[in-house]
Design a binder for this molecule. Structure first.
Ligand code: 5RP
Length: 226
């Protein structure tokens, strides 16, 4: 029996093959990315030169502890971004933000030439995403009104940790249940249009490649972006 951590590590290890010396590397957030950071630190110790662009304070802290150079103020296109996800559909649409880092994760992904998502195979859904509640980062100011407007789109939202979860950006996270999401791109843009929303954890047209850990070995899915 292969456990979930071994599957995460398998995906992370495969993603390391895409990292070359001299690259700028978006560093995602979460337990799967932690395995990637550990592997990356070994490459750095062997002489690889990379600049990490962290998607959270926690990732920056882990990376620095492991001896990986990080730059929070990177300018220009990031060569490659490696991040995890909470749910993935076969077209590469994602739900992210389980760790609350969705805003910086989306900024880094959208500024990267290539985005690789690493996960255990349980994260890949056969058809639609939506079993995992959609995290939405909202500004604290009038946040109840913002959440009411998100709910007008058909979701049922709960403030994470009763409002005691605060993101790296000083905002709150509402976890919103929309059921199965048939049109993720449309829902993403509808939520994003609401004033008071900082970011929504639906990621469409950003992922280039998914690497899954499976009991039979890693599985790579290349995504053709629309
Ligand atoms: C954090 C994220 C993570 O990538 C997502 O929650 C997956 O985490 P894990 O690898 O621990 O399952 O979006 O905001």
């Amino acid at each position: 029996m292969v456990n979930q951590d071994e599957l995460k590590k398998m995906a992370a290890t495969e993603a390391l093959k895409y990292i070359k010396s001299g690259m700028s590397v978006g560093l995602g957030t979460g337990s799967t990315v932690k395995f990637f950071l550990e592997g990356l630190s070994l490459l750095v110790k062997d002489g690889m030169k990379i600049t990490g662009v962290p998607t959270s304070v926690e990732t920056a802290r882990i990376a620095r502890t492991l001896g990986i150079t990080v730059n929070d103020e990177f300018t220009g296109k990031i060569d490659i971004d490696v991040d995890g996800a909470d749910e993935i559909d076969p077209s590469g649409n994602l739900i992210k933000g389980g760790g609350g880092a969705l805003l910086r994760e989306k900024i880094v992904a959208s500024n990267s030439s290539m985005v690789i998502i690493i996960a255990d195979e349980m994260k890949l859904k056969e058809e639609f995403i939506g079993a995992f509640k959609v995290p939405v980062e909202v500004f604290p100011f009038l946040h109840r009104n913002t959440i009411a407007r998100i709910e007008e789109l058909g979701g049922k939202c709960h403030l994470r940790n009763n409002g005691n979860f605060v993101t790296d950006n000083g905002n709150l996270v509402a976890d919103c249940d929309f059921g199965m999401i048939k049109d993720p791109a449309r829902l993403e843009s509808m939520i994003k249009l609401i004033p008071g929303v900082a970011e929504v954890g639906i990621f469409t047209s950003l992922c280039d490649m998914i690497i899954l850990g499976t009991p039979g070995g890693h599985r790579t899915i290349k995504i053709k972006k629309v």
